[in-house]
Design a protein around this ligand. Structure first.
Ligand SMILES: NC(=O)c1ccc[n+]([C@@H]2O[C@H](COP(=O)([O-])OP(=O)(O)OC[C@H]3O[C@@H](n4cnc5c(N)ncnc54)[C@H](OP(=O)(O)O)[C@@H]3O)[C@@H](O)[C@H]2O)c1
Length: 300
């Protein structure tokens, strides 16, 4: 169990008997280009995973979608036997076709099969946290999808249920059918479109786990040219990535970070974001970049 003294960025109570540090690791970038196939450098991917645990990370976000299967296999290879305090969170509700497209696979039987596949590939007897990647376009009621997950939870194969890529309305509906421990949606300093979900999860005591916490590196984003972000980073002797993560940690106590990287140097840099103490003026300036509910693109 993570103790308050060594948790990265503080502790969050994920479930009644499970705590995690607020800085975790998103493993998606460990697959090959386009999240397809094996990484160019398998040894480096294994090093990233082992370094993450060494740095105190106790929450790794993964899925059979990544590769597909490659990332779960890498995790098992790199980290078994798993530390008792390591939370592996996975996602179900989709598959990749031969061209890499992400397609829905939400029938309750398919969801059950995906849980068993994740268990087998990760060599686990129970999955700590399983996100349902919800899609509405196939007419399968959310209640039925959550029903399958609830059964698996009662069988002891799933410890906690999460939702991914949902609207605030879908989250509220889901809460009527199951206990939702976490929601994973896009949110970062320049994209606040899931602000309402952040507020609703905070009110419910559930985790909010932003994907693309770095806006996927801000590689193509206007944020890289943003004077506010750059200026604050320079003043703190930090990188823009670190400032963006530090802002998320201050934004709401229920935010858990899962920045993704395939590099040990970036992993170390991202983890060190816990040491950046943004002033209230920094927070105000960063928060003011984009209105909650909007993205930077909409704001310009
Ligand atoms: N639920 C969903 O639908 C969903 C969707 C997408 C992602 N996810 C999850 O969210 C996690 C995070 O998302 P993500 O990895 O796509 O995006 P991200 O964390 O926003 O950014 C990752 C990108 O930023 C780069 N990067 C990382 N650290 C950096 C640093 N310190 N300086 C400069 N560049 C840096 C990485 O490149 P390098 O490899 O070169 O460091 C990579 O290209 C994923 O790993 C996955 O687990 C979930």
């Amino acid at each position: 169990m993570t103790s308050a003294s060594n948790a990265l960025g503080g502790v969050f109570q994920l479930t009644a008997d499970r705590q995690v540090g607020r800085v975790g690791f998103g493993a998606m970038q460990l697959a090959g280009p386009g999240v397809l196939g094996p990484p160019a450098d398998r040894d480096q991917a294994v090093r990233v995973l082992r370094r993450a645990v060494e740095l105190g990370i106790d929450h790794i976000d993964t899925s059979d979608f990544y590769g597909p299967w490659v990332v779960n296999e890498l995790i098992a290879e790199a980290l078994r036997p798993y530390r008792d305090d390591l939370v592996l969170a996975t996602k179900i509700g989709a598959y990749r076709d031969h061209e890499g497209a992400w397609l829905p696979l939400n029938h309750p039987d398919a969801l059950r099969a995906q849980v068993h596949d994740n268990l087998r590939r990760l060599h686990l007897e129970a999955l700590d946290l399983v996100y349902l990647r919800h899609t509405v376009d196939r007419g399968i009621p959310l209640a039925d999808q959550l029903g399958a997950l609830t059964e698996l939870r009662e069988q002891g194969l799933v410890r906690a249920i999460g939702l991914s890529n949902v609207s605030a309305e879908q989250y509220q509906e889901a809460q009527r059918h199951a206990e939702i421990a976490a929601v994973q949606n896009l949110y970062n300093v320049v994209n606040r479109t899931s602000a309402d979900l952040l507020a609703k999860t905070a009110a419910a005591g559930a985790a909010f786990v932003p994907f693309f916490p770095l806006g996927s590196g801000f590689a193509d984003s206007r944020a890289r040219e943003d004077d506010v972000l750059r200026g604050i980073a320079e003043r703190h002797g930090a990188t823009q990535a670190q400032v963006s993560l530090a802002w998320l940690l201050r934004r709401s106590d229920n935010i858990l970070l899962i920045p993704g990287t395939s590099s040990v140097a970036h992993l170390e840099e991202n983890t060190a974001a816990v040491g950046i103490e943004l002033s209230d003026a920094d927070i105000d300036a960063l928060s003011g970049l984009v209105a909650e509910g909007e993205t930077l693109e909409e704001a310009h």
